[in-house]
Design a protein around this ligand. Structure first.
Ligand code: HEC
Length: 206
């Protein structure tokens, strides 16, 4: 190889390097990354008033919205996990837990053929609203500390909504579903969120 040939090769290598450098400068000018003012990532998190984030980080939908698309049939299927402790039919017997016919709108911890409720459940008082029961079924012992319902809870909000519409259907006069418009902290169907009776004159059925 003579020196002329070597020069040609070196020249080609040099030209390639220069071209790559030029490309690199050109590309970074074209696709300059936008630098954020603060280093780090922007994570958009929807803050929810009550209830906290749903299981697995899904944004939690208001129960009224979930109820609107819930299924009685799916709820009935999901209620199999309750059947070891509860019966659902009208006049059904109490087991480890009380019979659950006509539970929504009913006073907490009373009636049910003289079922022996925990002091915690009796002390809670008030009527079971959709919201209350949703909270209770999510995590019974967090919602009513000291409850005798030794059940882990149903973490999926859609399954809880199915259960709620199923429970609602088990009634001679099913409670009206909460309107999606006043979902959230606002009381549904005119009831305060703590579940006090809607109409004081209306005694709960036993
Ligand atoms: C391991 C048994 C067990 C399982 C499983 C269970 N529960 Fe219960 N449940 C109880 C007991 C016991 C009570 C009474 C709690 C108390 O007195 O504190 C109760 C109470 C309740 C009440 C309140 C009744 C009232 O009259 O105030 C509701 C509503 C209820 N359960 C729904 C359910 C649903 C829905 C499921 C299934 C998703 C379920 N439970 C699964 C044992 C169970």
């Amino acid at each position: 190889m003579n020196s002329f040939e070597l020069n040609k090769i070196l020249g080609a290598v040099l030209a390639t390097c220069l071209m790559l450098l030029a490309l690199n400068i050109g590309a970074s000018a074209l696709f300059a990354p936008e630098k954020p003012e603060k280093p780090g990532y922007n994570i958009a998190v929807k803050e929810e008033g009550a209830g906290g984030p749903a299981a697995a980080g899904e944004p939690e939908k208001p129960i009224a919205v979930l109820l609107a698309s819930a299924s009685v049939e799916k709820g009935q299927a999901a209620a199999k996990q309750c059947a070891s402790c509860h019966t659902f039919e009208k006049g059904g017997p109490n087991r480890v837990g009380p019979n659950l016919y006509d539970i929504i709108g009913h006073e907490r911890g009373t009636g049910r053929g003289g079922f022996n409720f925990s002091a915690a459940m009796k002390a809670k008082g008030g009527n079971w609203s959709f919201e209350d029961l949703n909270e209770f079924l999510k995590n019974p012992r967090a919602a009513i500390p000291g409850t005798n319902m030794t059940f882990a809870g149903v973490s999926r909000d859609t399954v809880r909504a199915d259960l709620l519409v199923y429970l609602r259907s088990l009634s001679d006069s099913p409670q009206p579903l909460p309107a999606a418009a006043d979902a959230g902290a606002a009381p549904a169907n005119g009831k305060p969120a703590n579940g006090a009776p809607a109409k004081p004159g209306e005694a709960p059925k036993h």
